[in-house]
Structures are given as structure tokens and as C-alpha cells.
Design a protein around this ligand. Structure first.
Ligand code: DGL
Length: 271
């Protein structure tokens, strides 16, 4: 089975695109909603929460896990890959490198903005990975600490959310007006993509493209499975998806249905 993990609802934006592109596989989606948000927590805390989730998903039969969370990818992925898992038994992949490989081809000005959680920004992961692709890129990062809590609370279309969308977009664009490519470097942010685009238009930045990661990660996973047939062979193919949350399953099911556009059932888990 393929496990898709996020601190909460954000990874659903990745799961949706993965299942669209690779519908034949069985998936478990795990949202650690009880402990979200991760983005404002310490390195150690994010690492331990993520490792707990990875171990749990492995016990449930996942042999391939996608950390559909930039914060976990930035803060925990490398340590888990190097110290905590046997790659013969389990592969764990993140979302930052695949995204950084695609984004440089989308900019004309070579000025890229990265919207992300404070944890992802502080890790410098995007700056490092983007520089590997093209050292001439100018990368300006904007931490957006209020966005994930607002989305997890279902408040992302409220006036309060509008205030913080305006605040962070204006801060970023004033720091680099030449940005023409704006990466949504947190899997929660596609939920407010249209509000971000509207704010950019108000600033006269209609030409600035916002990039969500779902399609990029789905394509990268497709390529990975083609390159690793021995891993692909172990995956079950029943087209099923199980939804698990560490918080209230009814609330999760409702929110997930909104993100995925179809009703789902969710189960509460402790690990
Ligand atoms: N969706 C997660 C990400 O991509 C949000 C992290 C959080 O819980 O703050 O970074």
C-alpha cells in the first residue's frame, strides 16, 4: 500500500492528484490533525511526530510512504531515510525535491517566491534545492504562520483569513516585486490559492503564477514507480483509499469531502 501523510488536511491536495494519476493503487491517508500544525514546532518535535506516523503506516502495510507535508519533508525526511528505516522494507519520499526540480523551468524573471510554514522557511530546504537546480535564481521566502491554523479550523474563507492572506502576500511582493512564480510550499495552501491569486491581482501582479504541488508530486511518483519496478510490484492494486486521523473522524470526513469533492469515511487512530 501507499501511505500519504500530512499533519492534517493539506496532504489531501497531494493525494487527490496522486489518485487522479495513479488510481489503481491502494492508499492510506493519515492526517495527524490532533497535533497539527507542525509548522511552528521545533525540529525535534516534527521529527518525532513524523517518525511515529511513518512507523504506524508501515505497521499497517505501507511499503511506500509519501510525506505530503513540506514541513515534515524539510525537518524529518533525511534523518528518517538515513537512520530509521530499512530501504529494503520501506521507502519514504518527500515533496520538496520533486517540486524544486520543476519550478525553475516556470520562471522568466528567475525571481521565485516561496510561501511556506515557519519551519520550512527556517530549514532553508527550498533555497538549497532550488540553488542546486539553478544558482542564478533569486529566491525570497515568506513564512505564513497563520494560514495552516486557519485552514485546519475551517476558517480559510473568513475575513480573518483574508487579512492574513493580504498581509503575507504584500510583505513578500514588497520584498521582491520581480517575482513571477510563487510556489505554494505548504500542502495546505492550495485551499486558499484563489484568494492568493486575487490578492496578487489587486497588487497588479496578474502575471505572477502560483504553483501548487499536487500535480508535480503525482508526476514524480509516477516516474519513481517506473524507475523502481521492484517497489511497484509490492503495491496492492485495488483502487481503495482508507482515511485515518488522530483527531475527530467525523470532522475529518467532512473536511476531506470538501477538499476531495466526494464523501469519505474516516477512522480515528492512536499510535
Ligand atoms: N501541510 C504542511 C506543509 O506542507 C503543513 C504543516 C503544518 O502542519 O504546519 O508544510
Amino acid at each position: 500500500m501507499i501511505g500519504v501523510f500530512d499533519s492534517g488536511y493539506g496532504g489531501l491536495t497531494i493525494l487527490k492528484q496522486i489518485r487522479r494519476q495513479l488510481p489503481e493503487y491502494d492508499y492510506i491517508y493519515l492526517g495527524d490533525n490532533a497535533r497539527a500544525p507542525y509548522g511552528t514546532r521545533s525540529f525535534d518535535c516534527i521529527y518525532h511526530y513524523t517518525l511515529d506516523a511513518v512507523r504506524y503506516l508501515h505497521r499497517q502495510g505501507c511499503t511506500l510512504i509519501i510525506l505530503a507535508c513540506n514541513t515534515a519533508s524539510a525537518k524529518a525526511l533525511r534523518t528518517i531515510q538515513q537512520h530509521d528505516i530499512d530501504p529494503e522494507q520501506l521507502r519514504v519520499l518527500g515533496v520538496i525535491r520533486p517540486t524544486a526540480e520543476v519550478v525553475p523551468s516556470l520562471t522568466r524573471t528567475k525571481h521565485i517566491g516561496v510561501l511556506a510554514t515557519p519551519g520550512t522557511v527556517a530549514s532553508e530546504s527550498y533555497r538549497i534545492e532550488l540553488a542546486k537546480q539553478d544558482p542564478a535564481l533569486v529566491v525570497t521566502q515568506q513564512p505564513c504562520p497563520m494560514w495552516v491554523p486557519l485552514i485546519e479550523a475551517g476558517e480559510h474563507t473568513s475575513d480573518g483569513a483574508q487579512y492574513f492572506i493580504r498581509k503575507y502576500i504584500r510583505q513578500l511582493i514588497s520584498r521582491d516585486p520581480l517575482i513571477d512564480t510563487l510556489l505554494l510550499g505548504c500542502t495546505h495552501y492550495p485551499l486558499i490559492q484563489s484568494a492568493i491569486n486575487a490578492e496578487l491581482a489587486l497588487l497588479g501582479k496578474q502575471d505572477c503564477r502560483t504553483i501548487a504541488q499536487g500535480g508535480i508530486v503525482a508526476q514524480s511518483l509516477t516516474d519513481y514507480l517506473l524507475r523502481h519496478p521492484q517497489i511497484e510490484l509490492r503495491l496492492q492494486k485495488g483502487g481503495e483509499c482508507t482515511y485515518l486521523t488522530t483527531d475527530d473522524p467525523d470532522r475529518f470526513a467532512q473536511a476531506a469531502a470538501m477538499f476531495l469533492g466526494a464523501p469519505v469515511q474516516a477512522t480515528h487512530v492512536d499510535y
